[in-house]
Design a protein around this ligand. Structure first.
Ligand SMILES: [Cu+2]
Length: 139
């Protein structure tokens, strides 16, 4: 009987493939509509793009809750959020994206290299109405 390479050789090859093949970043779309984030729970990995798309009932925005972030995490999210004042980093500046006014306006955040976990966000004008969401960052 002809035999192939031993199992250990296959395992080494499989491990090498996992290491060498880069993961293609994915895009997660979240609609801001009817005072809700849809979906409200977004699972993503570092490097993925979160594309927030404004619907009706705006203006809406995206603000990350910062009460349970370390300084490093705060800085990483701060740097990942475009179109914000960022002359000097400060814990006191809220992690709030600009208001999306028109239907179809978008806001793009590339998920920074944060530790896996849950990162809460909300819409500044509608937080009291429960417009909240969560980024579930997986390894
Ligand atoms: Cu809103």
């Amino acid at each position: 009987m002809r035999r192939g390479p031993p199992l250990s050789a296959w395992l080494v090859a499989a491990a090498a493939a996992v290491v060498l093949v880069p993961r293609v970043p994915e895009r997660r779309e979240v609609r801001l509509e009817n005072n809700r984030f849809q979906p409200a729970l977004v699972t993503a990995r570092a490097g993925d793009t979160l594309l927030f798309v404004n619907g009706r009932g705006g203006p809406h925005n995206v603000q990350f809750a910062d009460d349970s972030l370390t300084d490093v995490q705060h800085r990483l999210i701060d740097a990942a959020m475009p179109d914000r004042p960022r002359a000097t980093w400060s814990r006191d500046v809220p992690l709030a994206g600009p208001l999306l006014v028109l239907e179809g306006d978008t806001y793009r955040v590339i998920v920074p290299d944060l530790p896996p976990g849950r990162y809460r966000f909300f819409c500044t004008p509608h937080v009291s109405g429960g417009m909240r969401g969560e980024l579930v960052l997986v390894p």
